[in-house]
Design a protein around this ligand. Structure first.
Ligand code: FES
Ligand SMILES: [Fe+2]
Length: 378
């Protein structure tokens, strides 16, 4: 059965060891059929975007904006966002659009005292207030107090900065009980952006089950792991999949409450709807999947050191991510691309997610629920 909370590390270890002994794995009782049209239709794509805009979505780790004036710009569900840490230490999110004629105020990342539009120099305070208009005599009717940057809802918690662009969906309350996901000592060591030529859900699904490890990652991950042995937990709209390494078997000799799981398993958190947090042996990634069109997805990857890992953590993280990055990611990308290429063929009118793909079923059920609220109740 699927656990409805995130277990503590020692509970996960115990559960994994139990599965190894019994030759079992976590599974659900249901099977889900997802219409292929939901990956292909422009209308459904717009609904997916609206669900993302109305969800609290991780934008970046808190550590990506370390100082007053630190900012990061990026597209989220088709809307350019600018997230800035103010002098008061609070993170704020704005639509990245100048109130003069809409130019984007900043791009990429950096640190500034004032946000100056690159087009005609209108400048904004870190809290979004419009501060200065060059040649202001040409704008006799512009009330500065109503022309600040348009602010969005932000919550900084669990070590992440979350942004919600629109009102949340009534009916789709988040009942999750997440604890800290990223600790302050976890340093952001690299930020990468890739464009994946596939629908965002096809890409996302490739992270959320262990059925493919033996077949897709035959010579890379599989020799260190298992065939279809995973822990799947749900937590509100979110889920977490545990991929144990074979070396976890050494923990069987150790008393349960003394077991350290570091380096013995990979955690993949799915943060509904479109973010992932992967905790590997020596590094942690926040991955945000931003749909660009029905068949293109921007993937932003914040690579961090691991929790509690300080001395030499950066080097270990670099080595670890090189291995995972050059092997597993390419193998997954190839499969994802192949699905996108076949998806218009008509071979499938639905995809079947089986009892070992519970986290993906959870995703599709929640998405379907969200879209139902969107359609019926606004
Ligand atoms: S568009 Fe920003 S100053 Fe003109
Ligand atoms: Fe994979």
């Amino acid at each position: 059965m699927i656990v409805e909370r995130f277990l503590a590390d020692i509970e996960v270890a115990e559960r994994v060891l139990g599965h190894i002994d019994a030759g079992t794995t976590d599974r659900t009782l249901e099977v889900w059929r997802e219409p292929v049209a939901n990956y292909r239709s422009e209308e459904r794509f717009q609904s997916d975007l609206e669900v993302i805009r109305r969800s609290l979505v991780p934008f970046c780790p808190s550590g990506a904006l370390p100082d007053a004036g630190s900012y990061r710009a990026g597209l989220a569900a088709g809307v350019p966002l600018l997230v800035v840490r103010g002098r008061d230490g609070l993170a704020r999110a704005f639509v990245n659009a100048c109130r003069h004629r809409g130019a984007q105020i900043a791009s990429g990342t950096g640190c500034r005292n004032v946000l100056v539009c690159p087009y005609h120099g209108w400048s904004y305070e870190l809290d979004g207030d419009l501060r200065h208009i060059p040649h202001v005599d040409g704008f006799p009717d512009v009330d500065k107090s109503t022309h600040g940057l348009v602010q969005l809802h932000v919550e900084e918690k669990h070590g992440l900065i979350f942004v919600r662009q629109h009102d949340h969906l009534a009916g789709l309350e988040d009942t999750s009980t997440l604890s800290t996901l990223i600790e302050p000592e976890q340093e952001v060591i690299e930020v990468n952006e890739f464009t994946v030529e596939a629908n965002w859900k096809i890409h996302l699904e490739s992270f959320l089950e262990g059925l493919h490890i033996r077949f897709t990652h035959t010579d890379t991950f599989f020799p260190f792991g298992y065939d279809n042995l995973n822990i799947v937990e749900k937590n509100g709209l979110h889920s977490r999949i545990t991929f144990p390494f074979r070396r976890i078997e050494t923990l069987a000799e150790i008393p349960a409450n003394e077991r350290q799981i570091d380096g013995k398993l990979t955690y993949v958190y799915h943060l509904f709807p479109n973010a992932l947090l992967t905790v590997l042996s020596h590094h942690t990634n926040l991955i945000v999947l931003d749909p660009l069109s029905i068949n293109r997805t921007r993937m932003t990857n914040y690579r961090m050191t691991n929790r509690g890992d300080v001395e030499g953590a950066k080097d270990r993280a670099q080595r670890d991510s090189k291995f995972v990055g050059s092997t597993g990611v390419e193998e997954d990308a190839a499969v994802v691309k192949s699905i996108q290429e076949s998806i218009g063929s008509g071979a499938n009118d639905h995809f079947t997610f089986g009892q070992y793909e519970a986290a993906i079923i959870h995703l599709h059920r929640n998405l379907a629920k969200a879209i139902n609220y969107l359609d019926n109740k606004g």
